[in-house]
Design a protein around this ligand. Sequence first.
Ligand code: CP
Length: 317
Amino acid sequence: MRSFAGRDILSLKEFERQEFFRIFDVADRLKPIADNRQNSDLCADKTLVTAFYQPSTRTRLAHEAAMHRLGGHVTGFSDAKMTRAGDFYQESIKDTVKMLEFYGDVIVMRHFQQGAPHEAAKWASIPVINGGDGWGEHPTQILTDLYTVYREKGRLDGLKWLAVGDMRMRTMHSLGYALSQFDCPITLVSPPDMSPTDEFKAELKQYSVNFKVADHVEEAIADADVILVEPVVQPDYTKSRDERSGDVSLTPANYRITRELLSTKAKSDAILLHSLPRMDEIPPDVDITRWSRYWQEAYNGVVMRMALIALVLGKME
Ligand code: CP
């Protein structure tokens, strides 16, 4: 198996089956540190640089929390407008990254332009982790989600997935690429204007992903072992910032997972994931049902990032 030391984490297209299990194994080994709310000294001589050109709660703070749990240091920016990339100069990715590589040992970047972290990785002499790029990919989120399923179900192969939301979304792309490595049939449910692009469908076929599309969650939920939901009422992910102006629309019933739907139609042991933030597609009264796993998923997001950071920094093999 390839070593993770020094590697960029840009896309799950690049991941081999055994590499997923390698990361899960390292995450399991590091998890007790987070479980016990302790910080270790594994990465005490290393610094994480966060370069966030788009808003984030979980991805940036989970990476930062992970680095703190590993005993490392954190620097960076969460508002590119306060850097030279976001003012008059519009400093390029190349020029920015040529600075950041002197300030730390691994960069996690979120950007509104698809491919920006890949561009950063071209110029950086230190590993770059993609924290979400436009419509492109969100590899660390889907690694978190698969790790959550693996821990909850004890396996990945043989589980049926239902994915609900905007199929142009970066999480959906990373999910499709990841499932190509497992025996996991998936049903995709999205509004017509958010359906998988022809290019993405061609990729799923090329990677032998067993997928079908449906119009309504009610058609597909009864078979699902894993239900992964994303908003269909959401900002434009190709913008650096998309403010809410006025009222927003409600999520149509086709794409909502309610307590009643789960109680009457879902498998008793199905699990419900949402990377968050959410709108009204999962009402708050679902939170305390036995299907909900999104808080656990969020916690696993810290553990997963501990594993990734330790691996790319060569602190674990
Ligand atoms: N799931 C996720 O990417 O959340 P943030 O946008 O808050 O990072």
